[in-house]
Design a binder for this molecule. Sequence first.
Ligand code: ADP
Ligand code: MG
Length: 810
Amino acid sequence: MKASVWKQFVARLQGSTVHHDVVRYGPDVEAVAAFEHDLAHRPDADLRHSADDLRRRARSGAPLGSLRHECFALVREAARRTLGQRPFDEQVMAALALDDGSVVEMQTGEGKTLAAVLPAALNALADRGVHVLTFNDYLADRDAAWMGPAYRILGLTVSAVQQGMTPEQRHAAYRADVTYVTAREAGFDHLRDLLATDPGGVVHRPFHFALVDEADSLMIDEARVPLVIAGHVDRETSRAPRLAAIVASLAPGLHFDTDEYARDVELTDAGIAQVERHLECGDLHAADNLSLLTEVNCALHARVLLRRDIDYIVRDGRIQIVDEFTGRVMRDRHWPDGLQAALESKEGLDRRPDGRILGSMTLQSLLRGYPKLSGMTGTASEAAEELHRFYGLHVVVVPTHRPVARVDRSDVVFTHRQVKERAIVEEIRRAHGSGRPVLAGTATIAESEQLAARLRDAGIACAVLNAKNDAEEAVIVARAGAPGAVTISTNMAGRGTDIRLGGEREEERERVASLGGLYVIGTSRHESRRVDRQLRGRAGRQGDPGESRFFVSLEDDLPVRYGIRGLLPARCFERSEAAVDNPVVLREVARAQRIVEGQNFEIRRTLARYSAVLEQQHRLFLDRRGALLSGELAPDVWQQAPQRRAALEAVAGEEAVVAAERSVTLRCLDRAWRDHLARCADLREGIHLVRLGGRDPLTAYTSGAIQSFSRIDDEVDAAVLEALENVRADGPTLDLSDAGPKAPSSTWTYLVNDDPFERRFGTMLTGPGGVTVAMYSAAVLTPLLLSWGLIERLFGRGSRHRRLPRRDVH
Ligand code: ADP
Ligand code: MG
C-alpha cells in the first residue's frame, strides 16, 4: 500500500497518466460481491428477471452508474453458470476501470475477454448498442460465441460481424445489444453508411460505447491508417510501368542517393537529367510536372526503399504488405495509390482496377466518434501519454491474478551483427539441449528464415512462423511449448498468441515447468518497447515459469538509426567476440529505443494537429448530412427556381420532388466534401513551401482548410440548382440519372498502409535535426521555390484545385 502511494506520488510529479493503484476500486468490488452473494441459489429465470428489471430502470432514466454493482454481480453469476468461469476480483477491477472509460493494462492470459463482458452488458442496458472491437475477424467470431451464453442467460443479444456479410446481415448484427466486430469492419460500414442516400441503406446505429481489445495496437500503431471506400470508374492507362522501367535503369550513387540509414531516397542532378531525357517532359520540377514528379518519386521509393520479403511479399500474383508490428500479412491493405501502382509495376504484376476514392477516415477519428471509449491490452503504460493526448484516456494497471514468475533478463549487447547471430544460435543450442522450449522472435521474415537456416546448419530442428506460412499458425503455436521445441517467429507470435507449456500434451507441462518454462529470445530490439514486451509476454502466462532475453548488436537497425556511432568513441566498435559490458554502451543502447519512440510520438502528434481541423469539419459535415438524410433538414435550393420546380410538381407531386431534391443534394454534398478533401491534401503537399517561406505551416494549413470548407455551401447550392435542369419527368416519376453527380455503381473498401510520404511530412515538420528536412529541401524544394508563384497558387484565394492522379475525386 505504502509503495503504491509513493508510486502514485512520483507518477503525479512526472505528469504521468498511469494509475497503478486499483485499491480505490476496493469498495466497488466488495459491493459487487455483496449483490452476488444473494444470487448463487436463485434459478436461472430469476437472473433473467433481475436483468430485465435493470433494463427497465435504465430505460426510465436511472444512470448506469447506479446499476453497476448489481449488474456486474449478475454477469459474474451468469458467467459462472454458463461458462464455468467466475470473473476474479482482478477482472472485476478491470471491468470497473473499463466502464470508467480507461485503458486497462492486463497481462496476457489474465482473461480480458471475460472482463469485458461486465461493462459491455452494463452499457447495453442503455439500448444503444455496445461494440467490442476485436483484433481480427477470427477473434470477433470466437469471442462472441464463447461469451454468448453469459449474455443470453440475462436476456441480452450478442452478434459478430464478419468480412463478407451482406448489408442485411450487418444491419441485424448491429441491432444486437453487444456486437463483436473489428474496428475495420465497423469503420467500413460507417463509410458505406456515409454514402447512403436513403435512410434504409444505413446499417449502423449512432455510435455509443466501444471497448477496444489490444487497444495500443489499434489506438496508437494503427491510429493513422486510413480506411478507404472507393467506387468504380473506367480504367485509366497508367504511367507506372514505364516509370518503373526508367527508374530500374538508374544507377545508385550516380542517379540517386539514399540517406545514411536508407530511409529516404532522392534523385541526384544526373538522375533528374536522365529521367527528363527518357520522359521528354522538360523540367521535371516545373509546376506543370508536379504530378509526374510525384509518380517518379513513388517509382524510386518502390524500387529502392520497399524491400521484398521484408516490407511485402508477393503471393498469388499480388503484393501483400507485411505489418511491421504484427509480422502478419495485412489483408486488403494497399500503399497509397501512386506507390502501390509503382510497386506493382516494379514486380511486373497486373494492376488492380483503379477506382476513385469516395470516402476515407482514419481509425483514430473512427474511434473518437464513439461518445464513450475504453480499451484493454497487455501493454498500455508505455503508451499512456499518447493515449491521453489523442483520446483523453487514462491507463489503469490491473495486477495479475497470480504473481508473475517470468524472469526478464537484461540485454546482451555485441559490437557486430554476425557475432550476435552466432551467440543466438549458441544460446538456443544450450537451452534446447536441456529440453526447454525456445521461442525466438525476429524483426523480419527474411531474418526469421536466415536464423532457421543457421539453426539447421547447427543441427537444430525448428519451426518457422511468419506471414508466408500463416496458415500453419495454429499448429505451430500449439507445439511451441512442447519439450525441446524451437520456434522462430516474426512478431506474429506477439499479440494474442497463447503458448501452453508442454504443448499439446498436458502431462508434459510439469516437466517443462521444472526446466524453467518457455525461453523467449528477442533477436533485436523493436522501435517500440510495447512490441518487445508483447514478445516477452508469450512466456510466463498465468503464473507459469519462463524467461526472456534480448540480443542486440550495435549494427542493428535501431542503434544505427539512433546514430549511436556518433555518440560513442570508436574503440567501442572494435570487433569483439564477447558481449560488451561497458555500462556507457549499454546505457546508450537502452536509450536509443526511448529516443526513437519519442520521435515517433512527436511525428504522430504533429500529424494529429494537422488532422484536427479536418476532423472537426468532418463532424459538421456529418451532422448536416445526417439531418438531410433523416429528413430533419429540408432541402431548399430548388425554391430558387420556382417555375421549373412547379412544373415538376405538377407531373410528379410535391413529395417526389422533395425526395428527388434530397437525393441530389446528398450526392452534391458528398462530392463537395471530396473536393474539399482533395484541396486540403494539396495544401498539405505545398506546406513545405510555407515553412521555407517563414510562415507557420500549421496556421497556414488551418486557415487554408477553413477557407476551403467555407466554399462547400456555395458549391453545393450551385450544383443542386444546376441539377434541377437535368431532372426529367417521366410520367409520374422523376428520372435523376443525369441530375447531379452519379452515385457509385459498385464500391469496395481497403486500408491504406502507412504512408511513407506522410511520415516524411511528419518528420519534416517535427523539426530541426531530421536528415530529411535538409535532404528534402535541397533536392526537391529548392527548384520548386524558384517558382515562387506556386505558393500563391496553392494558398491564394480561389486557387483552382489541381487534380493529382492518386486522388481522383470527381
Ligand atoms: P487475454 O486476452 O487477457 O490474454 P483470454 O481472455 O484469452 O486472455 O483468457 C485466457 C485464458 O484464461 C482463457 O483460457 C480463459 O478461459 C481463462 N480465464 C479467463 N478468466 C478466467 C476465470 N475467471 N476463471 C478461469 N479461467 C479464466
Ligand atoms: Mg485477448
